[in-house]
Ligand binder design. Structure first.
Ligand code: ATP
Length: 325
């Protein structure tokens, strides 16, 4: 179902931004379907923050255009600001005020007053599981609670697009899992469009329906996490043979199967690449049974997003994270 501004909540078209000699964005284009979670990934200095700043009207591109929620970021910045929520890495909360006071203040900044503001704040406190802590000052909150309050503040005026800059950096695993669940719920149930940047490939894989890998100000790869991973040579199927199995016979049988590549044998383990692991496993088992080769175990492993990242940026994610370009 198209939203009020069509199927795309964000359209960036050939964005260029330079800072003196440094080209932060070199013609970046992408679209974000309405109601989806979109992940922007890239090493330090790739241009993620610059992109966020342009889309949230805090910076102007040298050239190129962008629309957010159907409004042009340059010609209609006020309409864009009304339609978006922004949660930056640095918390915008006042630690000396209570959670409720912070939310009421955020509402007031958006012109919300009286009963409407109070009931919206109650609703958000409830949704983010902060009701019992609502009247405590924020400096007593755990990191996870503070982050939830940050996101609640970004949502107080009911935006249709939410920008989240590294939403779970510094959170413990439980708080991260809670935040993931909340972001997934917001997009699924409320058709909120979420653009997030993250340094956690696992987070991008888990949460983002589509990903854009940015490097040196341009898009180097995009697609669903599964699409990006399937660009690699498919799934790995690992067959552990029983001790009495005929190794040579098993290897020949697997090699002869169509759609099976790169068959290698190590000890009693046969590894191969297949296009689709889930459908290949029953076929592999059937072939080995026909040849009377006893099998101890079969496992399927999908390529990790880190492999995709390495392929497209020439650097592994962990190393790239430390490199300033
Ligand atoms: N205000 C500025 N003045 C000068 N150079 C800047 C400015 N802002 C960004 N840059 C440069 O532009 C490039 C892109 O920076 P940007 O902050 O967009 O990258 P990023 O992908 O968000 O990185 P990070 O993950 O470190 O936040 C970098 O080379 C950066 O040094």
């Amino acid at each position: 179902m198209p939203g009020p501004f069509g199927e795309s909540a964000i359209k960036a078209d050939t964005l260029v931004k330079t800072y003196g000699e440094v080209t932060a964005l070199a013609g970046l284009s992408f679209t974000v379907p309405a109601g989806s979670v979109f992940g922007l990934l890239g090493p330090n200095g790739a241009g993620k923050s610059t992109t966020m700043k342009i889309l949230t009207t805090l910076s102007r591109p040298d050239s190129g255009t962008a629309t957010v929620a159907g409004h042009d970021v340059l010609r209609e910045p006020n309409e864009v600001r009304r339609a978006i929520g922004v949660v930056t890495q640095r918390s915008g909360t006042d630690p000396q005020a209570t959670g409720r006071e912070n939310l009421l203040l955020a509402g007031r900044i958006h012109g919300m007053r009286g009963t409407a503001a109070r009931s919206r704040v109650d609703e958000l406190l409830e949704r983010f599981d902060l009701t019992s802590a609502a009247d405590r000052v924020v400096r007593t909150y755990s990191g996870g609670m503070q982050r939830k309050l940050d996101v609640a503040m970004g949502l107080v005026h009911g935006p249709v697009v939410l920008f989240l800059d590294e939403p779970t950096t510094g959170l413990d695993p439980q708080a991260r899992a809670d935040m993931w669940a909340e972001i997934a719920r917001l997009s699924a149930q409320e058709r909120l469009t979420v653009l997030l940047t993250t340094h956690y490939l696992e987070e991008a894989d888990h949460l983002a329906e589509r990903l854009l890998i940015v490097d040196r100000g341009t898009a180097v790869a995009s697609g669903t996490p599964d699409q990006l991973k399937s660009e690699l040579r498919g799934d790995a199927v690992v067959i552990d043979l029983a001790p009495e199995a005929d190794l040579g016979l098993a290897e020949r049988a697997v090699e002869a199967m169509s759609g099976t590549h790169e068959v290698t044998v190590e000890g009693r383990t046969i590894r191969s690449r297949v296009d689709n692991g889930a459908s290949a496993v029953p076929a592999v088992l059937a072939v080995l049974e026909r040849e009377a080769v006893p099998v101890a175990a079969v496992t399927v492993a999908r390529p990790a997003l880190d492999d995709v990242y390495l392929r497209h940026t020439g650097r592994s994610f962990a190393i790239a994270g430390e490199v300033r370009v």
